[in-house]
Design a protein around this ligand. Structure first.
Ligand code: FAD
Length: 317
């Protein structure tokens, strides 16, 4: 079922959902199930599955550089299918511009349709580790808007190249990313929101936000988006802080600010367990305020371990 239909059926009640990262090559899927199992009691209508950018691996031979190979992190679509089948829940693959030609994207979307996947999250994708800025893949898209356009066209039965007869069009519900603290490359929040409006005008049905730790950022973002004519649901993405290193890592990677009060609480802790608990308590308070605001979904970034998400959800759902 489409995310937008799940929201309609909820009749204004806030839903619980989360995002997972596929296991690395060689890892057992059981570990992932062990993390998903405890969260299923909160009835997520959908689970997002991320996609990682490809990596370059440099192969040496007799101490000399021999060749460079491109390594993809496998799994997104397979994991989507496995989870959908095991838990009878909708799964949402993240579809990226980076690393894919338009044709490869079309094959992926056709496979999604065969698997009965009704939603896709359309993203530009992270930069590769050696890149400072995103570099367009040859034959691929430069911006998420262009990817949304491709998916929207496919929904109308328009494939990239000739298809003689189309009798089974997909009808993907399309999610896109939004940034309450603006995207790193954007000159201002206002400019970034104009770009978000372009994604919605191109066919996006809902927005999921980047993580934020200060709800005022989200409230302001939603207000500005509504004033600009963005009417689709804006789902807050929330991550519980879990380790001391997050104090540097989260601002560095996601270009977000951490509130002073949270930093102070983390600095008082002596152990990792205490820091994890601070993260849980902060997220519970944050989530309660978002519930009062009437957000459609509380969407948690699980990053592989779900004990803290369970502790949070059990206080809210
Ligand atoms: P875009 O919407 O294309 O925007 C990128 C930048 O370009 C913005 O600054 C925007 O303002 C600007 N822009 C847009 N259109 C134009 C234009 N026409 N001209 C000039 N500037 C323009 N990354 C992954 O690799 N895998 C994932 O699974 C993944 N999941 C994510 C899930 C969520 C909820 C979020 C918020 C992010 C996720 N990301 C993921 C990270 C995302 O790929 C990066 O943040 C990326 O840098 C931007 O993606 P986007 O889709 O927002 O890009």
């Amino acid at each position: 079922m489409k995310v937008t239909d799940h929201l309609k059926n909820a009749n204004g009640k806030t839903l619980f959902s989360f995002e997972i990262i596929p296991p690395k090559k060689g890892k057992n899927i059981q570990e992932l199930y062990n993390n998903i199992d405890p969260l299923m009691e909160f009835n997520p209508p959908f689970i997002d599955v991320t996609t990682s950018r490809e990596e370059y691996i440099y192969i040496e031979k007799k101490g000399l550089f021999d060749r460079k190979i491109t390594r993809m992190r496998p799994g997104t679509l397979g994991i989507c299918a496995a989870i959908k089948h095991k838990y009878e829940v909708d799964t949402i693959p993240h579809v990226l511009c980076g690393g894919f030609t338009k044709e490869e994207t079309e094959y992926l979307l056709v496979d999604c349709h065969y698997l009965g996947i009704d939603n896709v999250m359309a993203l530009r994708g992270d930069t590769m580790p050696h890149q400072k800025y995103f570099e367009q893949t040859k034959g691929g898209h430069n911006y998420a808007t262009d990817l949304v356009q491709q998916i929207h066209k496919l929904n109308k039965g328009q494939y990239l190249h000739d298809v003689e007869e189309v009798d089974n069009k997909p009808d993907f519900c399309i999610g896109v990313a939004g940034y309450p603290e603006k995207h790193i490359e954007s000159p201002s929040l206002h400019s970034d929101l104009l770009r978000l409006k372009e994604k919605v005008d191109a066919g996006a049905d809902y927005v999921v936000t980047q993580m934020f730790f200060d709800n005022q950022r989200y409230f302001e973002f939603v207000k500005m988006a509504r004033e600009m004519g963005i009417t689709v649901p804006i789902i807050p993405g929330i991550k519980p802080l879990a380790i001391e290193k997050h104090l540097q890592l989260l601002p560095q990677v996601f270009k977000i600010d951490l509130p002073e009060a949270l930093i102070k609480e983390v600095n008082k802790c002596d152990t990792n367990a205490q820091i994890r608990q601070v993260g849980v308590e902060w997220t519970i308070q944050q989530s309660k305020e978002l519930l009062d605001f009437g957000v459609p979904v509380l969407h948690y970034y699980s990053m592989g371990k779900s004990d803290n998400i369970k502790a949070i959800a059990s206080q809210l759902f």
